[in-house]
Design a protein around this ligand. Structure first.
Ligand code: S3P
Length: 438
């Protein structure tokens, strides 16, 4: 066990009740800093996620000379420097656990006049980067990786970029966004076609900053040489963080929970669609649009879940929610089958193997497959599991305790702070007692 192992000990049983607003959307928070930094004028952000991942992006831009105030109570003020106003950082940019920071910055920095080196923690240092460096090389960029295509990334500035027409082999919003950001600095037009819809926050936010993007079905195009104009951003609560409580309240008898101001962008609502298919009782109200993103309040009550075959077209729309969904499936009646989700093996951890191992340790019938999992719902017992430093694994297993007959002890939970600061306190207030210690 590593020396700084943070252990969650979660008391079994109980239910979730009350109302809450979970922290801001991670994807939108990252992009608000990146686009705000490159804009002309002052961008103000409210609801910013004060988690380690989005803070890594914020610090990277501060290190490149951008004056950023906050975050204070979710408020950030970014004094944009314009498309060509960034300065070479004095040192490597350490992006911690954040794959989004690294992949999006690779594209953005490929268009700068200076060199940068992007590094990360042990988990990020194992993640595949060729998916961005290959198409960037086609655009004329020079970005070096370690021999096996992993970080650090050495981005050589001053290379003239040209637009490409790229058909992505994997459905990845990070790859799409990386290329669109590089495309702003390229000669001509850069087009990206995705094999399945992925989150479209970059496209929406570019438009919100006044940078035209053309969308035609699965294809999105951007013309190089444009400019961004500062704006105001209201970051919705992150549906990926809400997901833990949607699952927790669904599986725990007596639960009745309302989550406020949650983003319901159609490219993010796979978790809602899948849970509802399983029989979950989730009601949306107060639907509205804030700054180009749809949001709603969600009321979730306990329900008898049943196993389903998860439609493959929902996979990219729920890509971050499978740790929580596996817990739901382990508590549902009958069999749940997930296929077409190989990407889960290269997230912050191998989420197929790590979730299957932990669920089996809690007495579940979970069989990992190459690209998914087969689960048979049943009863869970208490036990000891490992989050492998993966925030979403830690929070998913915390929810499993609601249906366990003894405490669930979860190792290696410190990275919960990357996406959900205050998780332990909020869970406690809503009815799930977690003791965090070492
Ligand atoms: C993200 C895209 C997804 C997701 C990640 C955030 C983004 O990754 O898993 O947490 O902000 O663009 P992929 O696009 O690689 O699937």
């Amino acid at each position: 066990m590593n020396a700084d192992d943070l252990i969650f000990t979660v008391q079994p049983g109980g239910c979730l009740q009350g109302e809450a607003r979970v922290p801001g959307d991670k994807s939108i928070s990252h992009r608000s800093i990146m686009l705000g930094a490159l804009a002309e004028g002052t961008t103000t952000v409210s609801g910013f996620l004060e988690g380690e991942d989005s803070l890594a992006t914020l610090r990277a831009f501060q290190a490149m000379g951008v004056d950023i105030e906050g975050p204070r109570d979710g408020k950030v003020v970014i004094h944009g420097v314009g498309m060509h106003g960034l300065h070479a950082p004095a040192a490597d940019l350490d992006l911690g656990n954040s794959g989004t920071s690294m992949r999006l910055l690779a594209g953005l920095l490929a268009g700068q006049a200076f060199d940068t080196c992007l590094t990360g923690d042990a988990s990020l240092s194992k993640r595949p980067m060729a998916r961005v460096t290959k198409p960037l090389a086609e655009m004329g960029a020079r970005v070096e990786t370690a021999a096996d295509g992993t970080p650090p990334l050495r981005v050589h500035g001053g290379q003239p970029l040209h637009g490409i027409d790229y058909v992505m082999p994997v459905a990845s919003a990070q790859v799409k966004s990386c290329l669109l950001l590089a495309g702003m600095y390229a000669d001509g037009q850069t087009c990206v076609t995705e094999p399945a819809p992925t989150r479209d926050h970059t496209e929406r936010m570019l438009a919100g900053f006044g940078y035209p993007v053309e969308r035609d079905g699965a294809r999105v195009c951007i013309q190089g040489g444009g400019a961004l104009t500062a704006t105001q951003i209201d970051v919705p609560a992150d549906i990926s963080s809400a997901a833990f409580f949607l699952v927790g309240a669904s599986i725990a008898t007596g639960s009745d929970l309302t989550l406020r101001h949650v983003g319901i962008n159609p490219t993010r609502i796979g978790v809602l669609n899948i849970l509802r298919d399983m029989g979950a009782d989730i009601e949306l109200s107060n639907e509205r649009t804030v700054g180009g993103e749809p949001v709603a309040d969600m009321r979730v009550r306990a329900a008898a879940l049943r196993g389903i075959r998860i439609p493959e077209d929902q996979v990219p729309l729920a890509i971050d929610e499978f740790p929580a969904l596996f817990v739901a499936a382990a508590c549902a009646e009958g069999e749940t089958v997930l296929t077409g989700a190989r990407e889960l093996r290269v997230k912050e951890s191998d989420r197929i193997q790590v979730m299957a191992d932990g669920l089996v340790a809690l007495g579940a019938d979970a069989r990992p497959t190459e690209d998914g999992m087969i689960l048979r719902g049943g009863t869970l017992h208490g036990g000891e599991v490992h989050a492998h430093g993966d925030h979403r694994i830690a929070m998913a297993f915390a929810m499993a305790a609601l249906r366990a007959d003894g405490p669930v002890v979860i190792h290696d939970c410190a990275n919960v702070n990357t996406s959900f600061p205050g998780f332990v306190d909020l869970a406690g207030r809503l009815g799930l007692a977690i003791a965090a210690g070492d």
